[in-house]
Design a protein around this ligand. Sequence first.
Ligand code: FAD
Ligand code: MLT
Ligand code: ZN
Length: 432
Amino acid sequence: MNLERELADIVGDDHVLTDPSVTASYTTDWTGRFHADPGAVVRPGTTEQLAAVVRVCAAHGVAMVAQGGNTGLVGGSTPRVDEGLQVVLSTRRLTDLGEVDTVAREVTAGAGVPVSSVQRAAKAAGLRYGVDLASRDSATIGGTVATNAGGLRVVRHGTTRAQVRGLQYVLADGRVVDRLAAPPQDNAGLDLTGLLVGSEGTLAIVTAARLRLVPPETTAGEVTLIGCRDMTEALSLIPPRGVRAAEVMLASGLSLVRRVGGLAQPLEREHPVYLLLETDELPDLPDDIDAAVDPALWAYREQHTEAIATEAGARGTVVHKLDVSVPLERLGAFVDALAAATTPYDVFVFGHIAMGNLHVNVLGATDDEVDGRVLTLVAQHGGSIAAEHGIGIAKARWLPLTRSAAEIDLLRAVKAAFDPHGLLNPGVMLPG
Ligand code: FAD
Ligand code: MLT
Ligand code: ZN
């Protein structure tokens, strides 16, 4: 039987999309850098439907690209040009959100539930979800699990991995594994749930997650923007405790955000580096420091991604988003060396400083040569070429820079164990 007909028999005609004017938002990534036309976009409404779709695709030998909110920044959620016929498996209709368990402090969310919906449900129950990111209204629980998203509260609560208590997922042959109700302590065999977190849709398709919630903060907190000489000074001003968020931006990004967003000069003077802190109490700062305290100062940091995308669009180009981390003691040296690695392009650097995680956004590059230069620099500084966004297809070829041949052999063996026919997200994560 025809593939499209079989898929429609499972999910209904309305949920198999093939018209390019309808599929466009599923087939181009958030940055506009990656695009390909798939065979179809399929939108199952239940785990059972998703499993049946996987079985049909597997029977036809058709590759599947899992997609949540399509806010990923490494080209992992859209089809790719050189992998033949692919079905985009959208999880956006998997929106069941269970009751918050206020005793266990947990909630179960379908893969398609946006992060902000979990945040709201947690808040209504007097709790919080520990992950927050500017894409909160579109990014899904499944996508954030698959990428092990970090975000703005990572210094306080860790990455998504630290929030995942259990998962339900569909294997490449269509079997469903349900570990949602796993007890808090469970050493019975290898931690397969942990392995799936951060697997970028290459091992299985996540259909639901059991998430840990955290108690509310006891005070409103203080948001302080601080002008700094350099990265080293910014690092030295992060208090040893009571830190809810610690973010960094360089002057070029701050001035772009001001221009695009029409925002006022936030401090008395301009500075090479800006540190944004959210802390339990006002931080202890030197007397002569240029700083301001106001929750609205978050806008200067949160608007970076949108402002850079807007600027790229205005210049008729796309942004190369490099999300890297280096050990804290190498952060200053790394940023100093970046200028040479990114010449002659415009570069905007910002990120989650307490984790050594910088987002290096390059504008104007027409191929990925500059990616190689920056990522090689990261390797030379003992860092990681993918701190929180994943490898996707954007960085697969660069993985050997920071993972050994032995590690890559193991990654390939794990992939083959989960997906022997290479049908789940081909081209993602592993170098070709
Ligand atoms: P998608 O983009 O749809 O998919 C991402 C990857 O996960 C793909 O490889 C896809 O195949 C896979 N996948 C998706 N759903 C599933 C599933 N159910 N099962 C298996 N695999 C799946 N990221 C951060 O880490 N921190 C940030 O602070 C942050 N801020 C952002 C701000 C903005 C404005 C934007 C646009 C993006 C930001 N991101 C950030 C990146 C992005 O939001 C995250 O990577 C997020 O986790 C992606 O979720 P998604 O639902 O959009 O996933
Ligand atoms: C952020 O921290 O704002 C994100 O990871 C998004 C980005 O890198 O643009
Ligand atoms: Zn980030």
